[in-house]
Design a binder for this molecule. Structure first.
Ligand code: HEM
Length: 496
């Protein structure tokens, strides 16, 4: 027999945004506490299957027969629940110490438990129970792998947020001047070949502006880093996450060669050493401040800076900006470019910068909508710190201390109980209803939340939004229209 609990006693409500049933009913919270509604306690559906066979079968579905999105969707249908048990890779045979068993959470309500640091911990679960070797980060567990209960977390997070705050002006200027270079390169390639690839100019743009803003280091000071620093980061990043990442190349080759074992750091140790030297020498001012003001050791400062630069910032933007470009260029049926151009020119002021883009409601909404439909970090994990009751929209489940929760944001952000027409790209969705920002979770927390030393929300959250807005606004100051896709530009019409 089902037991009942009161919805307003759900642990998620203590630190997560309140959730309403549909976007049309998302309204400011009532001042009177609503009467508790009874919802049933259910056993978490699904099973982990036979030892070895269950994880293997789920792994093949996840990477090969279904792909991640279908993998999770099919199981929602099968169990008639957005919360269920499943195995997520990597797993058997060569990941013996990795436990693939997870409790999957796939609606806004259940996903928001991942942000409640009273009930979950985030030690070593950045990409699940599997953790890439600490050799990739100088034998140091960097910020993203630390739980809030570990004192170093506050030290490094505060250092990261302080660095961002101090570099705000440099950041803004570097974005603009490196966008000049990026679009100059694209234009000249376009003139030569009639088509210009976006990938390399974009990667160089990111590496240059991020090095200067985060580390205070000019890549030009080291010819080798200037030439191929971005490629060094790409290789270092790829080797860490390959066992968890679905590429979609010819199977079973991907399964055999990319998902069967963890790649050794030795393959990129030479690259990493060069990047370490670059940060140590060219970024010494920031490194010294980390030591003097935040109590980090010399090595902790360098490896954390490299991780923030390479994994968090460069990795995140490398996934996000091409999708943003694709949405801006590919959704023009309703005259999106024209509307963006109008707003950017009206509100851009004499100098494009953070203050100007904050006023651009449509630009911001396009950025938010891209993050909703294509969250750059689709999977998030957290481990139950204690036994607790996890609530979805319609049920409550008992979770045991130590169980690993896994949220797949691509589906969570299409929760039909929160977002109208959840599958559609609606450019002004967030202009129409800014309350929805309470349910935009790309940064491992609501868009209305604040990253602090006590939570695990992305330290660069606001800089990501402002940078993406600058990226869009710059395009429509420079051009009347742009044609192409996320990978190549086929025509530009200069601003008249
Ligand atoms: C599009 C770009 C970015 C995306 C999509 C992104 C996303 C995320 C996500 C999802 C997390 C939480 C991971 C987890 O614990 O599950 C995170 C954490 C973090 N991000 Fe970002 N991020 C981006 C850019 C940046 C930038 C520019 C910075 C700083 C310069 C930054 C610094 C951090 C740090 C330090 C953490 C760890 C927070 C903590 O341990 O409390 N990120 N990011």
């Amino acid at each position: 027999m089902a037991r009942v609990v009161m919805t307003n006693m759900s642990p998620a409500m203590s630190s997560s945004p309140p959730l309403s049933p549909t976007s049309s009913s998302l309204s400011p919270q009532p001042s009177v506490v609503p009467l508790p509604t009874a919802i049933p306690v259910r056993t978490i559906p699904g099973s982990y299957g036979w030892p070895l066979l269950g994880p293997m079968s789920d792994r093949l579905d996840y990477f090969w027969f279904q792909g991640p999105e279908k993998f999770f969707k099919k199981r929602i249908e099968k169990y008639k629940s957005t919360v269920f048990r499943a195995n997520v890779p990597p797993s058997f045979p060569l990941f013996r110490n990795v436990n693939p068993n997870v409790v999957v959470v796939l609606d806004c309500e259940s996903f928001s438990h991942l942000f409640d640091m009273e009930i979950v911990e985030k030690r070593n679960v950045l990409v699940g129970d599997f953790m890439p070797s600490v050799k990739y980060t100088g034998n140091i567990r960097v910020c993203a792998y630390l739980d809030t209960s570990e004192p170093q977390h506050a030290q490094v997070k505060n250092f990261a947020m302080d660095t961002l705050k101090r570099s705000s002006k440099v950041w803004e200027n570097e974005v603009i001047s490196n966008l000049d270079t990026m679009w100059d390169t694209i234009e000249s390639n376009l003139a030569k070949d009639g088509k210009a690839s976006v990938f390399f100019p974009l990667q160089k743009f990111l590496f240059n502006f991020l090095s200067k803003s985060i580390i205070g280091a000019d890549p030009a000071a080291s010819p080798q880093v200037a030439e191929s620093g971005y490629a060094m980061l790409d290789r270092w990043l790829a080797l860490q996450i390959l066992p968890t990442f679905n590429i979609g190349i010819l199977q079973p080759l991907e399964e055999i060669f990319l998902h069967s074992w963890a790649y050794p750091f030795a393959l990129v140790s030479g690259d990493y050493k060069k990047l370490h030297q670059f940060v140590e020498k060219e970024g010494r001012e920031v490194v010294e401040r980390a030591k003097a003001e935040f109590g980090l050791t010399h090595e902790e400062a360098i490896h954390n800076l490299l991780f923030i630069l390479g994994f968090n910032a460069f990795g995140g933007f490398s996934v996000f900006l091409p999708t943003l470009l694709s949405n801006v260029l590919g959704n023009d049926a309703a005259g999106l470019q024209e509307r963006l151009r109008k707003e950017v020119r009206e509100k851009g002021g004499p100098r494009l910068g953070f203050e100007a883009v904050k006023e651009m409601e449509l630009v911001k909404s396009v950025v938010y909508e891209t993050l909703r439909l294509s969250p750059p970090v689709p999977l998030q994990y957290a481990r139950a710190r204690k036994d607790f009751q996890l609530k979805s929209h319609d049920s409550v489940f008992n979770v045991k201390k130590g169980e690993l929760l896994c949220g797949y944001q691509k589906l969570v952000m299409r929760d039909p109980k929160v977002f109208d027409e959840p599958e559609s790209f609606k450019s002004d969705r967030f202009v129409q209803n800014s309350e929805l920002l309470n349910y935009l979770f790309w940064s491992n927390g609501p868009q209305t939340g604040l990253p602090t030393e006590s939570n695990k929300q992305c330290a660069g959250k606001d800089y990501v939004i402002l940078t993406a807005c600058l990226f869009v606004a710059y395009m429509f100051r420079r051009y009347d229209s742009v044609s192409g896709s996320s990978s190549s530009i086929t025509a530009v019409e200069k601003a008249k």
